[in-house]
Design a protein around this ligand. Sequence first.
Ligand SMILES: CC(C)(COP(=O)(O)OP(=O)(O)OC[C@H]1O[C@@H](n2cnc3c(N)ncnc32)[C@H](O)[C@@H]1OP(=O)(O)O)[C@@H](O)C(=O)NCCC(=O)NCCS
Length: 316
Amino acid sequence: MIYSKINATGSYLPERILSNKDLEKSLDTTDEWIVSRTGIKERHIIGDDETTSDMAYKAALDALKSSTINPSEIDLIIVATTTPDKVFPSTACSVQNKLNIGECPAFDIQAVCSGFIYALSIADKFIKTGAKKNILVIGADAMSRITDYTDRSNAILWGDGAGAVILTATDKPGILSTHIHSEGKYESMLHVPRSNNPSKKDTIEMQGNQVFKMAVNTLDRIVDETLNANNLMKSDIDWLVPHQANIRILEATAKKLEMPMDKVVVTLDKHGNTSAASIPLALDYGVKSGKIKSGETILMEAFGGGFTWGSALIKY
Ligand SMILES: CC(C)(COP(=O)(O)OP(=O)(O)OC[C@H]1O[C@@H](n2cnc3c(N)ncnc32)[C@H](O)[C@@H]1OP(=O)(O)O)[C@@H](O)C(=O)NCCC(=O)NCCS
């Protein structure tokens, strides 16, 4: 049996930091409100001359540096993003070009904040079927480019960055299972409608309160689905590496897992919600800070626009 395993992780965060105090200057909000309602203190913002593929490329370089493989051995590139550089070609093709990787398939996945879980799920299947051996999976988003900085309920949430993993074929699990879902009837609760007006920036519109409730209930269900699929108990999970949307959502999932918050990897305070980048950024932080160790069982879960949601259970 072939399994996929995370060979290496990497990340990149743009230099510029936008703190809650900075937001206080232009919005009717306070650091105290933002921290107490979301857990976010600051977020990174992409440079004016930077692109999503620049961030994805740097995260990929970081992962390659700590991996056992050469770029020439990558045989598939998948980038999860909602903020691609161009309408086409895909951000994955731009990353392929920047990394100087020769011919291999490369494509983007669009599942908003669940994008990384979707990409990981697809990559895992390519490896399990024997079709590919070393896959670069990246989550990268420049959410600031689609944020309305006059909308206080929205602007406080988002940040920019990229995280990457290299998945490699192995004979021992690795990725134990992945689960992905979507339900399009909720599309207008969290979306970026197209205005078709070139002078207007298309920005995120969100019914925050309803999204919050749906996220908590849905993540509750996906925890059960993932544990049942693997015949595991809550106590078998060593780490929760969740999509970083709101500390109260993370706390609700930890409670469901009967897990103390010190077993939850939290980067939300420093990164905000970086959409598809948030899980690989948190994973890289968990690994490089020495929290997550080889052989431990990690549950990753995400919820986002669509609605889309998903999970991955991993033996690191
Ligand atoms: C957006 C979010 C932080 C708002 O928090 P909330 O507790 O639901 O707050 P509400 O929207 O109910 O608003 C409560 C009050 O705070 C106000 N408020 C909203 N944003 C504010 C801000 N940045 N600063 C101060 N007050 C704010 C509202 O106007 C409202 O005031 P009112 O009672 O006078 O009308 C929260 O709903 C959330 O995180 N939702 C999930 C969003 C998410 O994760 N989306 C991505 C999924 S991937």
